[in-house]
Design a protein around this ligand. Structure first.
Ligand code: DMJ
Length: 473
């Protein structure tokens, strides 16, 4: 009886001191999340990932991509490169799916052979295959995985052997024959992270040096007002298109300037970042009907030319927040959320002045979810948790199939398309899981950097003094 009265007194004190939800100011309310509900969502994402992975195993094993509607598969080239499992590994590992990751690791070591007579697209295989294998090595410490990554990078390197140092679009994995003389900026200069990690692990600077040379080749060709174009000739170094933007085709150039600096500490990349990013804000940022957009402008005059953006651009709030410009990141993220809510998913290409989706496909892309996750971690504001909660609910509703998830052909009709891109496993599911499990502290965001395909690298595993030597900067 005595215990009960003490308990009741304590309870009365607690209630007296805690205002009801209605009395809490809005800013404080926005920091509250129900952790058991968050855990339920995290478990749901994990279950859905396991279900999706099982569908890949059942219908597409040994191939690049799952086709969820036909319960079949697609390959990128004449011979498969096993891209889905390599991309999925770092997500499955993070979710603690040990049996599945062991199976992928075994396959990579025992059966994966890159000696194939195919022309591989350098940009895509760098972020997915090389990035995925390097993350796999970082997580497994299996030297045979590192040997595969090195073998793959050695097959990529002939592409960088151009007068400018900017890689060709394709390279033949067997013969080393490069092909394709024009590339966009993302294809030209998104290599410093993977190549830097490989140089660190192998203590051979040649990989990082090739990636960095390509990045500097772009920066060195900036206009007098400090903007870069978007398509370039790898042989002559002449700009083929002089339009400046942060959209698909340029995006990860900016991302890697900052993130590679963060991981390795190369001061030259920091300088390039610090000189480049103010120009992006100065010439490309545009307020339109209450939203903050990043337009397309002429690289020489800075005149805005187009209000056509891509859903890939939603990587930018994350990059802003990571680099300390949190307020700008928050404002820009609100713009993307606005666009998502116009349809219930995002169109791939959108004209914010004409208000038309120029290309209405949604390919299960991660960027808006990635940015919500970064902002949630960095601000602790549950607004961003709830953003991802609603994106997750929409993806389940419009992209879910009876075996996995699939892309949408048109966000206006929600007609489905028979394709589940590999980055859905590498990125989209990962960022949902990280958001919903954030309160459990299972992942140390501040000790990691993600490559542009969301493969995680531990910052504390890269000693800056050694990096200077191993990467040769
Ligand atoms: C991913 O393959 C990478 O994030 C890339 O940098 C661009 N975006 C796609 C997914 O949308």
């Amino acid at each position: 009886m005595k215990k009960l009265s003490i308990f009741l007194v304590l309870l009365a004190i607690v209630f007296a001191c805690t205002p009801s939800d209605q009395e809490l100011p809005q800013e404080e309310l926005s920091f509250l999340i129900d952790t058991s509900y968050a855990s339920t969502l995290a478990a749901e994402v994990k279950n859905e990932t396991a279900r999706t992975w099982e569908a890949y195993r059942q219908y597409a094993w040994g191939h690049d991509v799952l086709a969820p509607l036909s319960k079949s598969y697609k390959d990128w080239y004449a011979e498969p490169l096993y891209i889905s499992p390599i991309d999925a590994y770092s997500t499955l590992h993070l979710m603690g799916m040990k049996k599945e990751t062991a199976e992928i690791e075994r396959y990579v070591v025992d059966s994966l052979n890159f000696d194939k007579n195919i022309d591989a697209k350098i940009f895509e295989v760098n972020i997915r295959i090389l990035g995925g294998l390097l993350a796999m090595y970082g997580l497994s410490e299996n030297p045979q995985v590192l040997a595969k990554a090195r073998d793959f990078a050695d097959r990529m390197l002939p592409a960088f052997d151009t007068p400018t140092g900017i890689p060709t679009y394709w390279v033949n994995l067997k013969t080393g024959e490069p092909r394709g003389d024009t590339v966009n900026v993302a294809e030209a200069a998104t290599y410093t992270m993977e190549m830097g990690v490989l140089s660190y692990y192998t203590q051979d600077p040649k990989y990082y040096q090739a990636g960095k040379k390509a990045t500097l080749a772009i920066f060195d060709r900036r206009s007098e007002i400090g903007l870069i174009g978007d398509v370039i000739d790898v042989q002559t170094g002449e700009w083929v298109r002089r339009q400046s933007h942060i959209c698909a085709g340029v995006d990860s150039y900016y991302e890697y300037l900052y993130k590679s600096y963060l991981l390795f500490g190369d001061p030259e990349l920091k300088k390039v970042w610090e000189e480049s990013i103010p120009k992006v804000h100065q010439y490309l940022a545009e307020e339109h009907e209450g939203n903050l957009w990043y337009a397309r402008a002429n690289m020489d005059t800075g005149e805005k030319e187009s209000a056509v953006v891509t859903l890939y651009d939603a990587f930018f709030p994350a990059l802003m927040a990571l680099s300390g410009d949190v307020e700008r990141g928050k404002r820009h993220q609100t713009t993307w959320q606005w666009l998502w809510n116009q349809y219930g998913l995002e169109p791939m290409v959108y004209d914010y002045k004409a208000k038309t989706p120029n290309y209405p496909v949604y390919d299960l892309n991660p960027e808006i979810i990635e940015s919500a996750y970064y902002l949630y971690h960095i601000t602790s504001d549950s607004t961003y948790f709830h953003m991802n909660e609603s994106f997750w609910s929409d993806i389940k509703k419009y992209c879910g199939t009876n075996v996995a998830f699939t892309s949408v052909q048109d966000v206006q009709t929600m007609e489905k398309k028979d394709y589940m891109p590999t980055f859905f496993l590498a990125e989209t599911l990962k960022y949902f899981y990280l958001t919903f499990s954030h309160h459990q502290g299972v992942f140390d965001f501040d000790d990691h950097v993600f490559n542009t395909e969301a493969h995680q690298f531990k910052r504390s595993a890269f000693d800056k003094t050694k990096a200077k030597e191993y990467l040769g900067y």
